[in-house]
Design a protein around this ligand. Sequence first.
Ligand code: GLV
Ligand code: MG
Length: 289
Amino acid sequence: MELLRSLIFVPGNRANMLERALDFDADIIMVDLEDSVPAAEKVNAREVAREWVPKLQEAGQRVMVRLNALDTGLTRDELAAVISPHLYGVSVGKTESAWDLQEIERIIAPLEARAGLAPGQVKIIPWIESAKAMVNVHAMASASPRIIAIAFGAEDFTNDMGIQRTDDGDEVYHARATVAIAARAVGVASLDSPYVAFRNPEGLRKDAGVARQLGYTGKFAIHPAQVETINELFSPLTDDVAYARRVMDAWYEAEANGRGSLALDGKMVDVPVVKRAQNLLALVDEIEH
Ligand code: GLV
Ligand code: MG
């Protein structure tokens, strides 16, 4: 499983911004053909993306493209433009059902074969950003083995619900949690909506902290200044790692003495605590290698 802590959006029609993305530190560069690209620029953005996906990948980036929703009529041409051995996968805006994802798979499969890729190589991240998608989220997350993560879009979701979007996000708390739980149930990653106030680092830290505590494994960025905070918040914290190492040491010692639980810093350590420590150390291993 590849790291998916930070995914930075770059508008697909902006070659100057794509050039800057050669040096971004995010886990994924998400070239956007959807809502950051104006209608009149959609075709141009597709051509710019066709050219820039290989350049970014050759510079060492892992690259995905966000496509317009199926009902725009643009999705097929966008897939045809961007599928190549340089592309890691696609995310698709405003997907609403397992059927939508099967339709996207039907379009991808022959393009993938034509590009000389193995079946299933092109990954998919569906966006869950409407009431209908929220109701179907479990079926969507398990609709295809290509799905590596599901993404929550708070802006579109609040629009669809006809409610205000606020900075503290109380209005999306339940929906946001629903997406993280569905992802966990299916065993895929969960990616939180971007924090749009990109000049407010404290706000980002708080918002990402809530997402992390809801179970999210990563978050979108809309500005390069957000990437470091996101990577930090979705990596194990130094104190937690040190504690996990102590738990494992104490556990091996207890095991050697025939005991199934022990006390550490005045707290009981038993199997679930040990599993948490093991999972955390496995993630550290993944980040370091
Ligand atoms: C992102 O796509 C959102 O709608 O918030
Ligand atoms: Mg959206």
